[in-house]
Design a protein around this ligand. Structure first.
Ligand SMILES: [Ca+2]
Length: 207
């Protein structure tokens, strides 16, 4: 593969044939997700759906960048190394993403990028294996897009408000203290945008 690197204003972009595929912002790697359509929400053959999951419906997303890992404590506050930044409110997560020229992913983008194709045990820290604590990012296997910890470790804020309560914002993916069912990509948690908790973090996205 033909590659070249460009380092400008702290943003490094790696090109493969056809265009950029990965770049580094604020020390964190971002992966380009090609546009596509998928069946979002609770699939008809999924017996584990929760009542708050939207029914399956086809959604098309444009191409976008998304963090290869959750934002780390080192990137967020230069403290805590490769543990995910946690205890971060939706407002603070949004401010951080904006400060590095990115934004929070939409719920649809996040769900599209959460394809796993692997056994949960291989890709996620959750109630069954985490010892009730967050782990350094990228210690488990990557998902089909090369993204780490989309499922489990810390819940991840997305941009969207909860349709049933517009004052709340959504979180995705479950965390180190959730059971396997909670980690299913269509599941969601909602909280006021001021909420901060040790199992809530985020990753950034952009175009
Ligand atoms: Ca996560």
């Amino acid at each position: 593969m033909r590659t070249a690197a460009l380092l400008t204003l702290g943003v490094m972009v790696l090109w493969a044939q056809g265009g950029p595929t990965a770049r580094v912002v604020d020390g964190l790697a971002y992966v380009w997700i090609e546009p596509g359509s998928f069946l979002r929400g609770c699939a008809e053959d999924d017996s584990e759906c929760f009542a708050w999951e939207p029914p399956a419906h086809e959604v098309t997303v444009q191409g976008f960048w998304i963090g290869r890992t959750e934002v780390t404590a080192a990137a967020y506050a230069d403290d805590g190394g490769n543990l995910p930044a946690a205890n971060v409110s939706w407002h603070a997560a949004r401010r951080y993403c904006a400060s590095v020229g990115m934004r929070l992913p939409s719920e649809a983008e996040w769900e599209f990028a959460a394809k796993s194709g692997a056994a949960l045990e291989d890709v996620a820290w959750y109630d069954g294996n985490s010892e009730d604590r967050a782990h350094e990012v990228a210690q488990k296997g990557a998902n089909a897009y090369g993204l780490y910890d989309m499922l489990g470790n810390v819940w991840e804020w997305v941009e969207d408000a909860y349709e049933e309560d517009a004052a709340k914002r959504l979180l995705k993916g479950g965390s180190f203290y959730n059971v396997a069912r909670d980690l299913r990509p269509p599941n969601r948690l909602w909280a006021t945008p001021e909420t901060a908790h040790r199992n809530m973090g985020f990753r950034c996205a952009g175009r």
